[in-house]
Design a protein around this ligand. Structure first.
Ligand code: COA
Length: 707
C-alpha cells in the first residue's frame, strides 16, 4: 500500500501527468487544462489523451492510457460523468496513483452511488481520487498547473485548499492582482476521497508552503481533520473561512458540493481548539495569508502603536483587544524611548501619539526608536492625512523602514486620506509592504500573526492527566448491550446511573423499589429528604406524566408520593409497564451546570459545557470541543462560557469546585469514546458545590445508536 504522503506527492509533484479528455477545441475545459499544463514550465511528461489521437498545442495525443509506455503518476479526468467510472478503471489498470476528476454531476446533484462506486474501486486499487467537481490542482513545486483557472499564477508561500471551484479559480486571479504568491491551489470539490487532512499532511512538510488557507463548506471525517490540524498549526499557520454559517447558507452549501455545513458554533470552537485561525471573509484571509507568508514572526508579545491621530489610535487599540494583539505597557520605558522624538504635547503612552503636526521625518524617527527598542516586538504604524504631512515622501519612508526592519520584527501600516494616500498604499502593497486602508485590517493581520506565534510556542498536548482517569469500559459496554438487547435506544434512569457509576461520575444515591415497602426502606437507608421517580420504558418524560416527587421529608410523604406517582402515570399512559419507582437522595443546591457529549455528524465525538437552566436554554451560553480533550482543553471549555464568573464566585459567593466539573467532563467524554454505540449523553444538571466539595450529576440521559 502506498502511504498518503507518497500519494499526495504524486498529486503535487508528479513525474508524469495524463489528461484524459484533452481537446483541440479552445472552447472546452479539456483544451484550457492542457494549455495551462503545457504553459506551466513542467519538467515531467504530459500525456494528453483523446480517442482521436493526433496533436494538440504541439503535444502528441495518445488514444488511450494503455498506449503510453512509461508510468503515469497523476491523471486528470475531464470527460462527461457517464464515462468517468470507465476512465477510473483504465487508470487503475495503468497503475496511476492519483486521479483528479474535474467532472461535475456526482453527489452534488444526488448522484451519490456513482461517486461511491468510483471511490471504492480506486481505493481497492491503491489509487486516490481528488474531487469530483473540481477545477484542478496547481503546484509551484513541480511546477504544474493542472487547472482550468487563469494561467498565470505567482509562485510563493501560500497554499489554498478550496471546496468551491469557482471561488478558487477566481482566487488565482485575485492573488495575482494582490501580488500574493502561491505554493499551491487545490480544488477539493465533493471530497469523495482526498480531503483537507490528506492534503495538510503533504503541505506541512512542503518547504515551499509557509501558510495554508482553507475555504470549507462542510466537514467530513472531522475527527481526523482535528488530529492533523492540531499538529500542523504547531508548525505553520492555517487560516480558515467556512461558509454555510446561516441556515440559508448551509442549505446552499448542501446543494453546492453536497456538504453538510454542521453547526457553526461547534465548527468555530473546534477550529480554535485546533489552533486554526478563522477569518470572516475571503479578503480578510488573503490579507492574513500575504502578511504571514512574507513577514517574520515576533520574538515576544509587546506591540507598540505609533500614530499621528488619537482617534485612529483608539480604534487600533480596540482592534488590538478584539484580535488579541498585546500592547506594550511599560510607561517608564515608553517615555524614555519616545520623548526625544515627539512634541511635549504628544503622548508616549501606547498608542504613541506623535501628534497631527508630524511629517514623514517625525514618523521615521519614532519608528526607528520603536524598532531599536529591545522590549518592543512588533509595531503598528497609523496615519491620517493632515496638511502637515508630506504625503509624497511617505511611501519612500515606509518602504525604507520596512526593508530595514522586516526581518527583525513584524510591522503593519495603515494610512487614511485622499487620492495621493490611496495611490501610495497601492504602490506599497504591490511591493509587498503590509499597508492597509483600514486600521482594522492592519491590526487583524498582526492578530493572526500573534495567534500563530502562540500556537508555535504552546506546550505540547499533554494527555497524562486524562489518561490517568479510568472508566470501566467493559461495564459501560455491558450496560449498553443489555439495553440494546431489550430493543431500546435510551437508558432508563437506573441504567444511566449504573453506567455513570462505571465511569466514576458521582450521582446521587439511588435505587429502584418495586413496592412501597422497599421504597420506605430505601428512603430510610439513603436518608431524608428523598426524591422519587417513576421507572418505565414507556414513560420517557417523567415530569410530564406526574412521575416525579421532590423533597420528601418523611415516611408519610413517601407513602403519599408512591400512590400519587402510580395514579398519575397510569392516567398518563394506561398501558405503561411500570418497573418500579426510583428512590434517590435529594441533592443540595449549588450552581447547575450541564455537560453534553455527542457523536457530531461532522466531527465525531464532541463535548459541550454550559451553565444549566436559562443560561443554556435562553442565552445559549455553551462551549464545545472535539474529543478527546486534554485537561487544558477541558479547562478552556469551562472558561470560555460567558457565565464562567459565576463558577469563580460573584458577590462574595465562594468559588465552585471547578476541578470536580473538569473531572466529570473528562469522564463523560471518555464514556462516549469508550462505546461507539452511544450517540448522546446529557448530564443535566451537574450541580457544582464549593471548592473541595465536588459536583454531583443529578440526571443523565443517554441515547444509543440502533443495533
Ligand atoms: N477518453 C478520452 N477522451 C474522451 C473520452 C475518454 N474516455 N471520452 C470523451 N473524450 C473526449 C471527447 O471526445 C472530447 O474531445 P473532443 O473535444 O476532441 O471531442 C473531450 O474528451 C471532452 O468530452 P466532451 O464530451 O466534449 O465533454 P465536454 O468537454 O463538453 O464536458 C466536462 C466534459 C467534464 C467538462 C463536463 O462534463 C463537466 O463536468 N463540466 C463541468 C466541470 C466543472 O465545472 N467542474 C467543477 C469546476 S469547479
Amino acid at each position: 500500500m502506498t502511504t498518503n504522503l507518497e500519494q499526495m506527492k504524486c498529486l503535487f509533484e508528479p513525474q508524469s501527468i495524463a489528461l484524459i479528455g484533452a481537446s483541440g477545441n479552445p472552447g472546452k475545459i479539456g483544451y484550457n487544462l492542457l494549455s495551462n499544463m503545457v504553459g506551466s514550465g513542467y519538467k515531467g511528461k504530459i500525456y494528453p489523451i483523446n480517442p482521436k489521437g493526433g496533436e494538440i498545442l504541439g503535444q502528441k495525443v495518445y488514444t488511450s492510457l494503455q498506449e503510453i509506455d512509461g508510468p503515469v503518476d497523476h491523471a486528470v479526468l475531464v470527460i462527461p460523468a457517464k464515462y468517468v467510472f470507465g476512465g477510473v478503471k483504465e487508470c487503475a489498470a495503468k497503475g496511476v496513483k492519483v486521479v483528479s476528476i474535474i467532472t461535475s454531476g456526482f453527489s452534488e446533484v444526488g448522484n451519490v452511488e456513482e461517486e461511491r462506486k468510483i471511490v471504492e474501486y480506486a481505493r481497492a486499487h491503491d489509487m486516490r481520487i481528488l474531487g469530483p467537481n473540481i477545477f484542478g490542482v496547481h503546484s509551484a513545486t513541480a511546477p504544474i498547473n493542472a487547472t482550468f483557472g487563469p494561467g498565470e499564477i505567482v509562485p510563493g508561500g501560500v497554499a489554498i485548499l478550496t471546496q468551491s471551484g469557482a471561488l478558487g479559480a477566481a482566487m488565482i486571479g485575485k492573488t495575482k492582482a494582490e501580488n500574493i504568491g502561491l505554493s499551491t491551489i487545490v480544488s477539493i470539490g465533493n471530497k469523495a476521497d482526498i480531503d483537507e487532512a490528506d492534503l495538510l499532511e503533504y503541505l506541512v512538510q512542503s518547504d515551499q508552503t509557509k501558510v495554508i488557507f482553507m475555504y470549507i463548506e462542510g466537514v467530513k471525517n472531522g475527527d481526523r481533520l482535528v488530529k492533523v490540524l492540531k499538529e500542523v498549526t504547531k508548525i505553520k499557520p492555517v487560516i480558515v473561512v467556512k461558509s454555510g454559517r446561516s441556515a440559508r447558507g448551509a442549505m446552499a452549501a448542501a446543494s453546492h458540493t453536497g456538504s453538510l455545513a454542521g453547526a457553526d458554533d461547534v465548527f468555530d470552537a473546534i477550529m480554535k481548539q485546533c489552533g486554526a485561525i478563522r477569518a470572516e471573509t475571503v479578503q480578510e484571509s488573503l490579507n492574513w495569508c500575504k502578511f504571514l507568508s512574507t513577514n517574520s514572526i515576533p520574538s515576544g508579545e509587546d506591540c507598540v502603536i505609533v500614530t499621528n491621530g488619537g482617534g485612529i489610535g483608539v480604534l487600533a487599540a480596540d482592534a488590538c483587544e478584539k484580535f488579541n494583539v498585546p500592547l506594550y505597557d511599560d510607561q517608564e520605558n515608553l517615555k524614555e524611548v519616545f520623548t526625544p522624538h515627539i512634541p511635549s504635547y504628544g503622548s508616549t503612552k501606547n498608542p504613541v501619539d506623535i501628534t497631527g503636526g508630524a511629517n514623514s521625518a517625525d514618523y521615521e524617527r519614532s519608528l526607528h526608536a520603536a524598532f531599536k527598542c529591545e522590549d518592543v516586538h512588533s509595531v503598528i504604524c497609523l496615519g491620517c492625512e493632515t496638511a502637515m504631512i508630506d504625503v509624497e515622501n511617505l511611501p519612500g519612508m515606509i518602504e525604507k523602514i520596512y526593508d530595514q526592519y522586516k526581518d527583525a520584527k513584524p510591522m503593519v501600516f495603515s494610512f487614511f486620506g485622499g487620492e495621493d494616500v490611496e495611490n501610495g498604499i497601492i504602490e506599497l502593497r504591490q511591493k509587498g509592504v503590509p499597508i492597509f486602508n483600514e486600521t482594522y485590517d492592519c491590526v487583524s493581520s498582526l492578530g493572526a500573526m500573534y495567534q500563530n506565534y502562540r500556537n508555535i510556542h504552546a506546550e505540547p498536548d499533554d494527555y497524562k492527566y486524562v489518561d490517568e482517569i479510568k472508566v470501566d469500559e467493559a461495564k459501560i459496554n455491558e450496560v449498553v448491550d443489555r439495553v440494546l438487547a431489550d430493543d431500546r435506544t435510551f437508558l432508563l434512569a437506573h441504567e444511566a446511573s449504573e453506567l455513570m457509576a462505571a465511569a466514576g461520575v458521582i450521582m446521587p444515591q439511588s435505587k429502584v423499589a418495586s413496592n412501597l415497602e422497599e421504597a420506605l426502606n430505601l428512603a430510610q437507608t439513603i436518608g431524608f429528604p428523598v426524591v422519587m421517580k417513576v421507572v418505565s420504558k414507556d414513560i420517557i418524560h417523567k415530569s410530564d406524566a406526574g412521575g416525579v416527587a421532590l423533597d420528601l421529608e418523611n415516611r408519610d410523604e413517601v407513602i403519599d408520593a408512591w400512590e400519587a406517582i402510580m395514579h398519575s402515570c397510569k392516567k398518563y399512559n394506561a398501558n405503561a409497564k411500570i418497573t418500579g419507582i426510583e428512590v434517590c437522595e435529594m441533592v443540595k443546591s449549588g450552581i447547575e451546570t450541564i455537560i453534553g457529549a455527542r457523536q457530531d455528524g461532522s466531527f465525531g465525538p464532541t463535548i459541550m459545557f454550559g451553565l444549566g437552566g436559562i443560561y443554556v436554554e435562553v442565552m445559549k451560553d455553551v462551549s464545545f470541543a472535539a474529543l478527546p480533550v486534554t485537561r487544558k482543553e477541558a479547562m478552556t471549555l469551562v472558561e470560555s462560557i460567558k457565565s464562567y464568573p459565576l463558577l469563580l464566585g460573584v458577590r462574595g459567593e465562594a468559588k465552585k469546585d471547578i476541578d470536580a466539573v473538569i473531572d466529570t467532563l473528562i469522564r463523560v467524554g471518555k464514556v462516549l469514546t469508550a462505546c461507539d454505540k452511544i450517540t448522546d449523553i446529557e448530564v443535566n444538571p451537574l450541580v457544582a458545590y464549593e471548592q473541595g466539595q465536588g459536583a454531583k450529576a443529578v440526571d443523565a440521559r443517554i441515547l444509543l445508536k440502533k443495533n
